[in-house]
Design a protein around this ligand. Structure first.
Ligand code: DGL
Length: 282
């Protein structure tokens, strides 16, 4: 893929990607904050979960998706995935956003800093994928923001798969959440970071489990979606790439899922009818 310098072409869409449907939780914040931006979402569901893949495998997937979205002429790429950011953000920036190009790349990481500020007792739980928790980026985050607090981490194997199938309230999903929350509560966490973009879709169950298991002690859940949307807005403004808003935004979903229900799951999570194209070429 050859990039050309673009000059503040502000009617281009914003590309958003994730290993699957989780990044739709971020897309919602972006659409709410930037209602005039056209959005193109790519769900790499055929290759989900990323949490158990190597950084090299994840980087290769991110490059393929970035090529696809840049082919669609996007002005920005939001990596709405903590695991993909940890594995691939440096390679993506090196390849697609050299300093003299007006192309924006936004990544995301578990919200340790806001959690450390919000916690009253200094005990923070982090729910994330195994890939995120063992990444160098997460180690650096702990180093920067985890010094004066106790951070209890929990990898949540199997949870992304439940959400990919749209089984948000299934007994198996609830059982996994109960299992993963227990160690955080046992350590006394009063603040829980949702360190994977799939997890906001089961926040209602996490709240239910946390409420029941903690005898209704107040526990905050921290999600990074809004912060990512704000960061995107700031960068679009700075680079003169914000859409002017002459017409309602279009939101286009692409998924390479082989599950015939993929479109229905996207609509379930997006919360309204969605234009979903199933493709098998990326
Ligand atoms: N949604 C992703 C994240 O934020 C990754 C989930 C996965 O594919 O393992 O980490």
């Amino acid at each position: 893929m050859v990039l050309t310098k673009n000059n503040a072409i502000n009617q281009q869409a914003v590309g958003v990607m994730d290993s699957g449907v989780g990044g739709i939780s971020v897309l919602k914040h972006i659409h709410a904050l930037l209602p005039f931006e056209d959005l193109i979402y790519f769900a790499d569901s055929k290759y989900a979960p990323y949490g158990s893949k190597t950084p090299e495998e994840i980087t290769a997937r991110c490059m393929a998706i970035a090529d696809f979205l840049i082919e669609k002429n996007v002005k920005a790429l939001v990596v709405a995935c903590n695991t993909a950011t940890a594995a691939a953000i440096d390679a993506l920036r090196d390849n697609y956003a050299p300093p003299d190009f007006n192309f924006i790349i936004i990544g995301m990481e578990p919200a340790l800093k806001p959690a450390a500020e919000a916690s009253a007792n200094g005990i923070i739980g982090v729910l994330a994928t195994v890939g995120t928790l063992k990444s160098a980026q997460f180690a650096a985050l702990l180093e920067s923001y985890g010094r004066n607090v106790k951070v209890v981490t929990q990898g949540c194997e199997g949870l992304v798969e439940c959400i990919e199938r749209g089984k948000l309230d299934a007994p198996n999903t609830k059982a996994l959440i109960r299992q993963y929350i227990a160690p955080l509560l046992a350590e006394g966490a009063d603040t829980i970071v949702l360190g994977c973009t799939h997890y906001p879709f089961v926040a209602h169950i996490i709240r239910e489990v946390v409420g029941l298991e903690s005898n209704f002690k107040p526990i905050s859940l921290i999600d990074t979606g809004l912060a990512v949307a704000k960061q995107l807005k700031r960068q679009l403004l700075e680079k003169g790439l914000l859409s002017i808003g002459m017409q309602p935004a279009s939101i286009q979903f692409y998924s390479n899922s082989t599950n015939q229900q993929a479109g229905a799951v996207v609509e379930q999570l997006w919360g309204m009818p969605a234009d979903v194209v199933l493709i098998d070429t990326v």
